[in-house]
Design a binder for this molecule. Structure first.
Ligand code: ATP
Ligand code: MG
Length: 260
């Protein structure tokens, strides 16, 4: 793994690699490995994954429970650190950044949607959605104004324009997830990571939430990676990946593995 870099996010540049394989790649995974030690035994969840994910695409991540979907999303989003290997997002080596720069990068460029919504209970819907925008840069006052406007817009788009002042505990699961989707998009991140965003919702609400997430991501030209157990998402995906035996494989590769 490369040395931790103590400079700014912008100061980090990609090493020389063959460009032909990742034209248009937003995310490059190189030798990405995650292992856990349990009772003296090393358990490798992700094993030397090499992959390029293209900008603007919607990728679905399938795999049985415990295969490593959340682990991979957390590594790509800089929530977790790998045991070995690198994550590159555009020209930034995420896994080379120090903690402070990683936090800044995550805050500015990544939007997360989680299975259990993870809204801040003491903030209203509007305040929850505005937060990522407000935290950007140094001009807090201006950010607050802009953030509120962007948040109101997005809350309208997810059908919650009349619930801006409501606290999360007064919202249904589907409504909370719609707030979370608005929050993930408000600061116009490069990348949206969704970990089973419909996993805690009934079928109809799940469909509504999924459609909103896809529509808003598409409209904004965002790259979206979604881990899910729901096969009905597959037809909407540009690329379908499986995690199988610690490797990230495409649908075609997965079908071959299954035949053998
Ligand atoms: N902190 C940890 N310590 C030890 N093992 C862990 C830790 N976090 C995750 N694991 C293990 O890593 C493996 C992958 O977990 P992960 O949560 O990524 O699976 P998943 O594919 O998201 O599963 P699910 O579909 O159930 O959400 C599991 O075997 C899990 O037990
Ligand atoms: Mg998971």
């Amino acid at each position: 793994m490369a040395q931790k870099n103590s400079g700014s996010v912008d100061a980090v540049t990609a090493p020389a690699v063959d460009d032909s394989n990742h034209v248009g790649a937003l995310i490059r995974l190189r030798g990405l490995t995650k292992s856990y030690e349990e009772a003296g035994t090393l358990h490798t969840v992700l094993h030397a994954i090499d992959a390029d994910l293209r900008q603007g695409e919607f990728s679905v991540l399938l795999g049985k429970s415990g295969s490593g979907k959340s682990t991979l999303l957390n590594l790509i989003g800089g929530i977790d650190v790998p045991s070995a290997g690198e994550v590159w997002i555009k020209e930034t080596c995420l896994t080379c950044l120090n903690e402070r720069d990683l936090t800044l990068f995550r805050r500015d460029h990544i939007g997360f949607v989680f299975q259990f919504f993870n809204l801040i209970p003491t903030l209203t819907a509007l305040e929850n959605v505005s937060l990522p925008y407000e935290l950007r840069g140094t001009d807090r006052r201006n950010n607050r104004r802009e953030g509120e406007r962007a948040a109101r817009n997005l809350l309208e788009r997810v059908g919650l324009g009349n619930r801006t002042d409501t606290y999360p505990d007064k919202l249904s699961g589907g409504e909370q997830q719609r707030v979370a989707i608005a929050r993930a998009l408000v600061h116009q991140p490069l990348l949206i990571l969704a970990d089973e965003p419909t996993g805690n919702l009934d079928e109809d609400t799940g469909k509504t939430v999924l459609n909103l997430l896809l529509e808003l991501s598409r409209d904004a030209g965002k790259t979206l990676i979604m881990a899910t157990h729901s096969p009905e998402v597959v037809p909407y995906a540009d690329v379908v990946y499986h995690i199988s035996e610690g490797k990230l494989v495409t649908e075609a590769e997965y079908q071959k593995i299954k035949q053998n």
